[in-house]
Design a protein around this ligand. Structure first.
Ligand SMILES: NC(=O)c1ccc[n+]([C@@H]2O[C@H](COP(=O)([O-])OP(=O)(O)OC[C@H]3O[C@@H](n4cnc5c(N)ncnc54)[C@H](OP(=O)(O)O)[C@@H]3O)[C@@H](O)[C@H]2O)c1
Length: 455
């Protein structure tokens, strides 16, 4: 049989990716810890799928160089599985990890496996179950010399936009997982912006159907996106004549990538306040005791023109993407990842959860200025900021004054207020630092660093 690729872990993503590959005429072998998932795929009747319940026969079924793709949960399961299959592989074989692994773990695995003569590919995959089946956005990283071998499969199954595959070689080591991690951070921020917009529209007296229509009307031009698309549907969905969304508990969970992005940004000294606000908002939704003690009985009422919320969303979204891409730019230099930001914007245009027309705008910015520090500096976005800043400030202040929690809108307004400010009060901070710790300060009138005897 000699399959082109073997997939370990036939859960939600593994199964869909396997079917995507089979639909593209690749021969696929499958292994899963519990056989029922393998059987499910066998039952679908694909001629070129071979299911196994033991790892030795599974590995034996692959053609050389053997390509094994892991689609198991991040962390221990990945290390355990690598340990199990390593003795069955030969020099030159390839292990790909398509899960949401932490990029530092991927770097460690990449280095360790290179000592064994095995290539390791860290492969970010975005698009959820449907994307994996119909065409995800794929971010592969590892040894560039073997990219043609893995790229042939990955580019074939990836989403296509304007005839281009939404899969590009990202860079060395774990950079593919780094890019996927920050992608998810941006996803957290955009989701939170939409959630807060819905909350504000509810407080302004609109019902689910009306809000769905309003969001559908926003969903065009440069902010047209998958996340707005699904929100339009979510708000309309009914169960027994009631909107399902109103029956969903007001508590959100997470699987770690937003937290990793937040921590990583602190590590790099890059401000991703919107991503952090989105993550903190999820944590806050789980603060059961505080919420039980202080919760109001109903949503406050506000008077606000929905057009202002639309404008605020537009600007908030731009800032969220700007912060995420600023993190990429920094990692590109700091970690020597040498990321091609135009390529990243290109592969995010379809297939992934943050796919949006905005990515095409970003692609054009990076095409002209590959090393731009922050996309908010691009001429292309000048009027986007100027035209919507007042609306963003108004939305933030109306929400605060009415007690409606909109942390991400406030962070968005703060980020721009800080950027536009005449002063940030940082001179006071430096004076205090010098006062108690002799940390010195710079002056506006003379070059150099100075310490003052304050007492
Ligand atoms: N779901 C998404 O939208 C999405 C999108 C992008 C990336 N990802 C990432 O893709 C990876 C897989 O996610 P998924 O959604 O497909 O998860 P899933 O549906 O829960 O499937 C997990 C698979 O891994 C297997 N597995 C779990 N623990 C294992 C272990 N200790 N040893 C061996 N096999 C083990 C499971 O086997 P059993 O059937 O025996 O339990 C199952 O086949 C994760 O890293 C996830 O973060 C998910």
């Amino acid at each position: 049989m000699h399959s082109d690729i073997g997939i370990i872990g036939l859960g939600v993503m593994g199964k869909s990716l396997a079917m995507n590959m089979l639909n593209h005429e690749f021969k696929v072998s499958g292994y899963n810890r519990s056989f029922s998932s393998v059987q499910e795929l066998i039952d679908k009747g694909y001629d070129q799928f071979y299911g196994f319940n033991d790892l030795v026969s599974f590995i034996d079924s692959l053609k050389s160089p053997k390509i094994v793709m892991l689609m198991v949960p991040a962390g221990e399961p990945v290390d355990q599985m690598i340990k199990k299959i390593l003795p069955m592989l030969s020099k030159g074989d390839i292990i790909m990890d398509g899960g949401n692994s932490f990029f530092r773990d991927s770097e460690r695995r990449s280095v360790a496996l290179s000592h064994e003569g095995i290539y390791f590919y860290a492969v970010g995959v975005s698009g959820g179950e449907k994307g994996a089946l119909l065409g995800p956005s794929i971010m592969p990283s590892g040894d560039k010399a073997i990219y043609p071998i893995v790229g042939k499969i990955l580019e074939t199954i990836a989403a296509k936009k304007d005839g281009e595959a939404c899969c590009r070689y990202i860079g060395k080591l774990g950079s593919g997982h780094y890019v996927k991690m920050v992608h998810n951070g941006i996803e957290y921020a955009d989701m939170q912006l939409i959630a807060e917009s819905v909350l504000l529209l509810k407080a302004a007296g609109y019902d689910n159907d009306h809000i769905s229509d309003l969001i559908a009307s926003w969903n065009q031009g440069p902010i047209k996106s998958y996340l707005l698309d699904i929100t339009v549907n979510i708000l309309k969905e009914k169960e027994d004549d009631h909107h399902l969304v109103d029956k969903i508990l007001d508590v959100s969970s997470h699987k770690g990538t937003g937290k990793w992005t937040s921590l990583q940004a602190l590590e790099q000294d890059v401000n991703v306040s919107l991503i952090q606000a989105a993550f903190m908002a999820r944590l806050m939704s789980n603060q059961a005791s505080l919420r039980a003690a202080f919760s109001n009985d109903s949503l406050p009422k506000i008077t606000i023109d929905p057009k202002l919320i639309h404008q605020a969303y537009k600007l908030g979204k731009l800032i969220a993407y700007a912060q995420g891409f600023a993190l990429y730019q920094d990692a590109s230099d700091q970690y020597g990842y040498d990321l091609d930001l135009e390529a990243i914007a290109t592969i995010f245009r379809a297939g992934c959860i943050i796919q949006s027309e905005l990515l095409e705008e970003l692609r054009l910015v990076f095409k002209d200025e590959p090393h731009i520090e922050n996309i908010l500096l691009a001429d292309r976005f000048k009027s986007w900021i100027i035209d919507n800043l007042d609306a963003l400030r108004t939305v933030g202040s109306v929400a605060v004054n009415s007690g409606i929690p909109t942390p991400i809108y406030l962070e968005a307004a703060t980020y721009l207020n800080q950027s536009h400010a005449f002063s940030l009060g940082a001179n006071i901070i430096q004076a205090q630092r010098d006062y108690f710790g002799a940390h010195t300060f710079k002056r506006i009138d003379v070059e150099g660093s100075y310490h003052h005897e304050w007492e």
